[in-house]
Design a binder for this molecule. Structure first.
Ligand SMILES: Nc1ncnc2c1ncn2[C@@H]1O[C@H](COP(=O)(O)OP(=O)(O)O)[C@@H](O)[C@H]1O
Ligand SMILES: [Mg+2]
Length: 240
């Protein structure tokens, strides 16, 4: 997770550009003519009341919903048929408003699932645990251990996620997303339900990888640093 460049936190080029996005579900308009962009290393926060369309926007970006109108330009390419798998493969990771982890699996194994798309070796080699598969597994485990160290959750690495308090589960979910080494990290309500201390920890966890992992970040309910741009959804919805 080390980053050698001293300018690693400098805001860079636009990596995601959303133009005039509209999304409706039957008669319900979730998003109406929304435009904004996200730059490399930038944290963008979306604020707005319940039902304003924050989660829907994240779902559009990672391919869960396809907007009826608008354009998405991701790293210079127009996206039309992006599905969730393609989005993940192209470097978009996310966490969910309702935590999406395997509750019976350990913290370590859950974070390991963040590496799935990066695994190259075929199933047979993996099953036999030989040759390239073995080397690959060691490499992935190393990355996962780095994430665990970064989030300071070594003490719970063998604990089944379902036994952890809510705040820690949120951290593990962030860990799974970070393990994918994303270009863009979408966090949906990363601090909802947390106490003040947990929120402070989470703020550090969110703002540090932006520099270290070169990930552009955006999400709902994340305190923005002074340079961060705020995106406001709701009545009289507009972009800043
Ligand atoms: N899958 C869906 N089917 C129907 N309506 C939906 C769906 N997802 C979101 N909506 C509606 O879209 C609007 C925006 O919801 P949402 O994106 O969840 O807002 P927020 O995350 O800001 O609370 C709401 O009116 C919600 O009921
Ligand atoms: Mg939401």
């Amino acid at each position: 997770m080390s980053e050698n460049s001293t300018n690693s936190h400098r805001i860079g080029e636009v990596i995601l550009d959303l133009r005039s996005i509209s999304l409706s579900f039957g008669g319900v308009r979730a998003l109406t003519d929304i435009s904004f962009d996200v730059r490399e290393h930038e944290v963008r926060a979306i604020i707005g009341p319940n039902g304003a369309g924050k989660s829907s926007m994240l779902n559009v970006i990672n391919g869960v919903y396809r907007p009826q109108q608008g354009e998405i330009i991701y790293r210079g390419e127009h996206r039309h048929d992006m599905d969730t798998h393609a989005a993940a493969k192209s470097g978009i990771a996310r966490t969910f408003q309702n935590i999406a982890l395997f509750k019976g699996m350990t913290v370590l194994d859950n974070i390991m699932t963040g590496r799935n798309l990066k695994m190259q070796s075929n199933f047979l080699l993996q099953a036999l645990y030989i040759g390239p598969a073995r080397r690959e597994e060691i490499e992935h485990r190393k990355k996962v251990e780095e994430v665990i160290d970064f989030l300071e959750i070594q003490h719970i690495r063998k604990t089944p996620v379902g036994r952890l308090p809510y705040g820690l589960q949120k951290r593990v979910e962030l860990g799974r997303a970070l393990a994918a080494e994303p270009k863009i990290l979408l966090l949906d309500e990363p601090m909802a339900g947390m106490n003040v201390e947990e929120k402070q920890d989470m703020a550090v966890d969110i703002h540090t990888p932006r520099r270290q992992l070169k990930a552009g970040l955006r999400g709902a309910g994340v305190p923005v640093e002074p340079a961060g741009r705020l995106l406001k959804f709701g009545s009289g919805r507009h972009c800043l």
